[in-house]
Design a protein around this ligand. Structure first.
Ligand SMILES: [Zn+2]
Length: 187
């Protein structure tokens, strides 16, 4: 029996013991582990985001159950989250049709044709409203915070700010930024 096989059998036989030990280790070093995990996430957030999304798409039931568990485990956090989202929405203020029309007019004035501010593609007939600072991050419906983007850039941007998204895109690939970043978002 080689070592690998031996270890496998050992792990199977001592599953409870090993689990207990790693739990013990975890509870002792919780802060440090969490800090390291966070650091790792910050360093690798781009691929982590893609991995997380992939995992959720491949495991919709597990993902649903995890979310449900989280909601049940942290009712106060959930409440706080919903309260914050609601108050952000209210604080964002009212969006008017006139503002949307003015946005289109000014976009065309600047670019000659209705254009996504991120990928510079023509978005005539398929434009979406973009909040430079996302409402979830305290952005408003003030005219200064509004822009026009294509659907792909908009959904890829998520709740990143303008600067964060530009950085995200340029990390993806400067020379081929549209295709590469969108490919990554589609993953
Ligand atoms: Zn775009």
């Amino acid at each position: 029996m080689d070592r690998k096989e031996y270890m496998k059998i050992y792990r199977m036989k001592n599953r409870t013991k090993i689990k207990g030990k790693s739990l013990e280790y975890y509870s002792k070093h919780r802060e440090e582990i969490l800090r390291k995990r966070k650091l790792y996430y910050l360093k690798n957030y781009k691929s982590e985001l893609i991995n997380n999304r992939k995992w959720r798409q491949q495991n919709p039931t597990k993902s649903y159950i995890n979310t449900k568990k989280w909601r049940e485990k942290y009712p106060e956090k959930l409440k706080e989250y919903l309260r914050k989202a609601n108050s952000n929405r209210k604080a964002a203020g009212i969006l008017t049709l006139e503002m949307l029309e003015r946005l289109r007019v000014e976009n065309i004035k600047e670019y000659g044709i209705l254009t996504c501010i991120y990928c510079m593609e023509n978005v005539e007939g398929r434009d979406t409203l973009e909040h430079l600072v996302p409402i979830s991050n305290g952005g408003t419906n003030n005219f200064d915070n509004l822009a026009i983007a294509c659907k792909k850039c908009n959904s890829c941007k998520g709740d990143k700010t303008y600067d964060e998204f530009i950085k995200y895109k340029s990390v993806a690939d400067l020379s081929n930024k549209h295709n590469v970043s969108l490919k990554q978002c589609a993953n």
